[in-house]
Design a protein around this ligand. Sequence first.
Ligand SMILES: Cc1cc2nc3c(=O)[nH]c(=O)nc-3n(C[C@H](O)[C@H](O)[C@H](O)COP(=O)(O)OP(=O)(O)OC[C@H]3O[C@@H](n4cnc5c(N)ncnc54)[C@H](O)[C@@H]3O)c2cc1C
Length: 358
Amino acid sequence: MATLEKKALKGGEWIVRETEAQHVFIPEEWSEEQLMIAQTCREFIEKEVSPNLDRIDKMEEGLMVDLLNKAGELGLLSITVPEEFGGMGASFNTSCLTAEATGSGHSFSVAISAHTGIGTLPIQYYGNAAQKAKYLPGLSTGELKASYALTEPSSGSDANSGKTKATLSADGRHYVLNGQKMWITNAGFADVFIVFAKIDDDKNLSAFIVDGTTEGLTLNAEEKKLGIKGSSTRQVFFNNCHVPVENLLSERGNGFKIAVNILNIGRIKLGAAAIGGAKSIIGDAVNYANEREQFGRPISKYGAIRHKLAEQTIRTWVLETATYRAGQDIEDCINAFIAEGVEPEQAKIQGVASYPIE
Ligand SMILES: Cc1cc2nc3c(=O)[nH]c(=O)nc-3n(C[C@H](O)[C@H](O)[C@H](O)COP(=O)(O)OP(=O)(O)OC[C@H]3O[C@@H](n4cnc5c(N)ncnc54)[C@H](O)[C@@H]3O)c2cc1C
């Protein structure tokens, strides 16, 4: 991997190897195009989401779906989807930047990242040609909304211990799903569920694309959460759901690998989204500290408050620096895999999987 040797550290290597400063990506290096895409995302949050936070938190009927539709019209749901399926085909680190740009959108950022990330990426990375052609265009525009159903009441961190079962129907045309999932983001309006279940007595999970209209798929009421109250989070039940055999994603028994790899991408993008939230809060905190007066002066004049503002800014800068440096290292690694002949979507998975410590 010649490109990788020269430019980027291998996963975890930052702990033991010196890096020359010019090989470390810094946000000042974003291209005009990357900054423009991020600006479009930020403007969407400012115009469509921020003024409606209370309505979103009250889960006003249809509002989240409308917002996702509008985001889809602007192309915000298809940023990393390959161009052949109607997307922009943006790079890995660009997807981190756009996660930051939508990250200050409270519950909306949960819905959009679940849709574009854990909901869409399993099909984008592991789907066969027919599955991609069937689902990706609709997921790109927002005509289809996606959800990812892994967690179960007795299976959280230990995700491979799930009890949801799939058995082949007598005529061999369907897998029959039975089981229960919980805390499933976007479940209330999803058209497509990525569902993880074990076929017969398999040791490992398999992954299935399940249409939301499948008979036997039912939902519990919305969870009442402490925060991010406006994102849909529901239990999903599968009662003899017939899923066409062609909706098995990848190979039998490959579901746990899919689940973990997709979550690995989600983890670094969640870091990027947190930068967006943190930057937005710095602005709010500074404005408040300048407006709020006590003892005849704005509280921003007091050392303890200044210390807090400085500390939150420093920590956010550290988060930003670490995230985009890692994001670019991963992207360089992806490009090195592509240069070696690895298929692009597979290269993305291998690239992220090469940086577990980051
Ligand atoms: C708002 C929200 C949205 C969600 N959306 C989705 C979704 O869309 N799809 C989906 O599939 N799931 C979703 N989840 C579920 C989420 O992925 C799980 O909460 C997560 O996997 C952790 O599982 P758990 O909550 O059962 O915690 P547990 O696994 O019960 O863990 C409880 C605690 O024990 C710790 N722990 C567990 N094992 C170990 C260990 N070996 N060593 C040390 N500590 C350990 C954990 O770190 C944690 O602190 C969502 C959850 C929330 C809260």
